[in-house]
Design a protein around this ligand. Sequence first.
Ligand code: SAM
Length: 282
Amino acid sequence: MRVDIISIFPEYFAPLDVSLMGKARDRGILDIHLHQLRDWTHDVHRTVDDTPYGGGPGMVMKPEVWGEAIDAVIAEALAGGADAAGPSVPGAGEARADLGVPGEAGDEAAHEGLLLPRMIVPTPSGRPFTQEVALEYAKEPWLLFAPARYEGIDSRVMAEYGSRLRVDEVSIGDYVLAGGEAAVLVMVEAVGRLLPGVLGNAASVADDSFAPGAMENLLEGPVYTKPPSWRGHDVPEILLSGHHGKIARWRRDEALRRTAAKRPELLARLDPEGLDKRDRQV
Ligand code: SAM
């Protein structure tokens, strides 16, 4: 997967060199490109913001600089796909001549979502980011993140690219961060760990909280490791029994109990068809 991130703080993304994401990058599974938004300004102060129309506090990010940056990043990636041998944009080589950059000859293809990134704009007023959305993004070959600062990006940028690309405004929760960079880190990690080959044991994704299938709308229950007793706290007997069927049942009971206690609103979303008699008793 190719990931482009345009930000006034590209250095914020250093954690993507560490741990699972760092390994995914080393193995070429995640191909992350960081871009300094200010590189597309034209004044000595490298200005990216201006006062809001209609008045009010704070500043708004200027559309011209974002427009130039997004156009250039896409064009550069497509050019790399055509010319470079390394990981880049799947399919870009053969289609580049027709596609061009958004707004040129490629508009038709762009509308069909061919070989162009899915653009993700973090904002508290966006679509909630969930495991389902992470799974959806994990299927994309190319994501382009546009994290803002100040009061956000001039809305015309989303309108403009919404007619050329698939643009999602996404919120990572009902609170307000100082900028979109932390939200991008959250999303890249949630998506990145779902890519084939990133996790040592791919089966662990299926057991995660919110995973589609048996865990959909459920929180994972408690987990334990050795020793069997620690400071007077014992591991539940059943987990030491070696009885796989009973252990699976216990885990499901615990997931149901924990969800009922901590996120009761999720229980209402459980598919009644998927519940057995025992589930209903928990
Ligand atoms: N005035 C904006 C509002 O109330 O919606 C908040 C702006 S916030 C200070 C600056 C930037 O941080 C946002 O444009 C967005 O990129 C990012 N951000 C803040 N909270 C976020 C959240 N919960 N999810 C995603 N991005 C967020």
